[in-house]
Write a protein that binds this ligand. Structure first.
Ligand SMILES: CC[C@@H](C(=O)O)C(=O)SCCNC(=O)CCNC(=O)[C@H](O)C(C)(C)COP(=O)(O)OP(=O)(O)OC[C@H]1O[C@@H](n2cnc3c(N)ncnc32)[C@H](O)[C@@H]1OP(=O)(O)O
Length: 249
């Protein structure tokens, strides 16, 4: 199975389960996100968690071994817009969503984590919006979420530098909520959530959702998807993806 969904003590967790390919996202994982969203909406959970299996990576973004077959704007758009829609629905979930970034988050992996309300980042993890090195922009809404989350210049720096950041840098620029060393530190964070009535969490989340629904976030995400789909079709992107795939062979 490419994902696992479990509920423990009022916490619903989705684990991307493709560690051999660093938890890259394909359509099967997207099906998992559909199920996860439905499960959270139907539950009385305190909060939801997204993480990756294996410990090397939280998520390495889109599965380039599959998505390199998408050559044109028209071919790329449905994949980008499907995942953007899923991340928007995750952002709008009625409870706080926590990304447990237990390894590298690269490209779309950073977009998934940025759609969440909190990012707990393992001290050894490195994360980056490296899309620029592939001659594309973020295409799943993560650029809009980053600009919504960080101070403007820090968000722009992360997007335009297209480089990997250390966990310390991520704490410094505000992307990481907390750094952690051991899994027990995550348990401590979740226990603090459980101590407060879940209606309180839901009420604060509703305030955030209300702000995003009225400040045009969805239309910015739609624009982001269209920009990425256009750049996706250019030779510079296909050449960069070929270089990545050939290097790892
Ligand atoms: C499509 C949407 C777009 C967006 O909107 O944001 C994107 O997400 S673009 C994709 C961005 N992702 C990448 O460019 C992939 C980057 N991957 C890496 O930098 C590294 O793999 C890693 C995540 C830092 C992990 O490094 P390491 O632990 O050293 O593992 P390997 O590099 O040896 O990887 C193991 C294995 O997995 C394959 N792999 C990794 N990521 C992907 C991926 N995104 N798509 C396809 N395959 C991936 C890698 O090729 C290795 O394969 P083998 O050599 O066959 O074992």
């Amino acid at each position: 199975m490419t994902y696992r969904i479990e509920e423990t003590d009022g916490v619903l967790t989705m684990t991307i389960n493709r560690s051999e390919i660093r938890n890259a996202i394909n359509h099967s994982v997207m099906d998992g996100f559909e199920k996860f969203i439905a499960a959270v909406q139907d539950s009385r959970a305190h909060c939801a968690v997204i993480t990756g299996a294996g410990g090397e990576a939280f998520c390495s973004g889109g599965d380039l071994s599959v998505f390199h077959e998408l050559k044109t704007e028209e071919e790329a758009f449905p994949m980008l817009s499907r995942m953007a829609d899923l991340l928007y629905r995750i952002k709008m979930l009625p409870v706080p969503v926590i990304a447990v970034v237990n390894g590298s988050a690269v490209g779309g992996g950073c977009e998934i984590a940025t759609a969440c309300d909190f990012r707990l980042v393992k001290r050894e993890a490195k994360c980056g919006f490296i899309q620029g090195t592939l001659a594309i922009t973020t295409g799943w809404g993560g650029g809009s979420y980053l600009l919504e989350t960080l101070q403007h210049d820090r968000a722009m720096q992360m997007l335009t530098s297209a480089r990997m950041y250390s966990a310390e840098e991520l704490k410094g620029n505000g992307w990481a909520t907390e750094l952690y060393e051991q899994d027990t530190d995550i348990t401590g964070f979740l226990d603090r959530f459980r101590k407060i009535d879940s209606n309180v969490h839901r009420a604060y989340k509703q305030l955030a959702v209300q702000r995003w629904e009225t400040n045009g976030l969805k239309s910015r995400v739609d624009l982001e998807v269209r920009h990425c789909a256009k750049l996706w079709a250019l030779d510079a992107h296909h050449a960069a993806v070929d270089r990545f795939l050939n290097k790892s062979r």
